[in-house]
Design a protein. Sequence first.
Length: 85
Amino acid sequence: MHDLVADAISRGAKVLLGAKFEDNCYHPTMLYHVPTDAKIMGEETFGPVIPITSVKDADEAIDLVIRSRYGLDSCVFTFNIKVRL
């Protein structure tokens, strides 16, 4: 799990929360601006990690989902969201 997080960070993702171990626990982790070619965008993490990325339209979103071998994905579609990052 941490290897996927580290890969995303090395490709330019920003850590909003977590990305560290404490004892035997991995802190809940939020990554922002995760590049679509980061491994975490197509692999299951099996842990408390959420990669966040933006797409320009539905076609790009569908293309991103198709790249994953897994069916367990989620997303938010919006034209206006107030987020403090």
